[in-house]
Design a protein around this ligand. Structure first.
Ligand code: F6P
Ligand code: MN
Length: 334
């Protein structure tokens, strides 16, 4: 196999499509390098004394794990000095992080969920890092939170690293989705899948069914029809998977199709689901659409939502196009 490194891929992609200027290439390489460091820490586990709770809570009121905090610090430190960013925002930090004055500023802004699925850390189940890249408003040296509130369709790049049996880096810059595998001995990212594509149809779905008593009618109807199998209205059986790490469920869907759902429900009617628009739903929606899938909040395309708050939550239905369209149409019916 001819090995193509992440750097070579990015340089060639710029020559071909003129969509990865040098600063963006640096940004992507720095994020990928930080993910290597996180992967190393995750892989050490108890030997690195990184497991367990940090006994603190994040802005969402969730208990932070030591690895949540460590991953956040790794990403901040790696991205501060390169001159490619104007600011960063993280699921683990209440307010945005400006680039310190001692460093030059760049035209991009980076958002991330440093360690997604962190309830899986202590049981050695696959987790990941999700990131999203947008542009700072023209000539903006000191961005504010307001400048981050751009619809997902404005993202110039998005991706994730996944820390599983293999460590992988999945990336889109708006020209399809490509996957790189970490060669642990060489310390380099090698292109292993080009143009990941999601089949339009699927017989696999992902939802946390323990919340079913709280679901709204369109979700209940959709899931009931799947559960009815060959004798129900769908006339076929459906299989279910739920990892409790969005990154891992999305990775499966990018590889073999499926639909992932985290709906809003009646538990907290004023909260639109659990997942975060800016750190999870937007980057994953860009990847899913770039791979030929669809992503909605049940009513509209997620990438069209105008964010109102940095830590805003959103209902998510994403994956194989025909299933996402069906469950969305159930929401839109009167
Ligand atoms: O980041 C939130 C998250 O951990 C996702 O990665 C995952 O899909 C979801 O929460 C799991 O939620 P629950 O614990 O309700 O199954
Ligand atoms: Mn997460």
């Amino acid at each position: 196999m001819k090995r193509i490194s992440l750097t070579q891929y990015l340089v060639e992609e710029q020559r071909l499509n003129n969509n990865i200027p040098a600063e963006l290439r640096l940004l992507i390489e720095v994020v990928a390098r930080a993910c290597k460091t996180i992967s190393h820490a995750v892989g050490k586990g108890a030997l690195g004394e990184v497991l367990g709770s940090a006994e603190t809570e994040n802005i969402q009121g969730e208990v932070q794990k030591k690895l949540d905090i460590l991953s956040n610090e790794i990403l901040l430190e790696a991205n501060e000095w390169g001159g490619h960013l104007a600011a960063m925002a993280s699921e683990e930090m209440e307010s945005i992080h400006l680039i310190p004055n001692r460093y030059p500023k760049g035209e991009y802004m980076l958002l991330f969920d440093p360690l997604d699925g962190s309830s899986n850390i202590d049981v050695n189940v696959t987790i990941g890092t999700i990131f999203s890249v947008i542009k700072a408003p023209e000539g903006m040296a000191t961005p504010t939170e307001q400048d981050f509130l751009q619809a997902g369709s404005k993202q110039v790049a998005a991706g994730y690293a996944i820390y599983g049996p293999q460590t992988m880096f999945v990336l889109t810059t708006g020209q399809g989705v490509n996957c790189f595998t970490l060669d642990r001995e060489m310390g380099s990212w090698v292109l292993t899948q080009r143009n990941m594509t999601i089949p339009e149809d699927t017989q696999e779905y992902a939802i946390n069914a323990s919340n079913s008593r709280h679901w709204y009618p369109p979700v209940t109807r959709y899931i009931d029809e799947l559960l009815a199998g060959t004798t129900g209205p769908r006339g076929k059986n459906f299989n279910m998977r739920w990892i409790a790490a969005m990154v891992t469920d999305v990775h499966r869907i990018l590889n073999r199709g499926g639909i992932f759902m985290y709906p809003a429900d009646a538990r907290e009617p004023d909260k639109a689901g659990k997942l975060r628009l800016m750190y999870e739903a937007n980057p994953m929606s860009m990847l899913i659409e770039q791979a030929g899938g669809a992503s909605t909040n049940g009513k509209q395309r997620i990438l069209d939502i105008q964010p109102e708050k940095l830590h805003q939550r959103v209902a998510v239905f994403l994956g194989s196009k025909n299933e996402v369209e069906r469950v969305t149409s159930y929401h839109l019916e009167k």
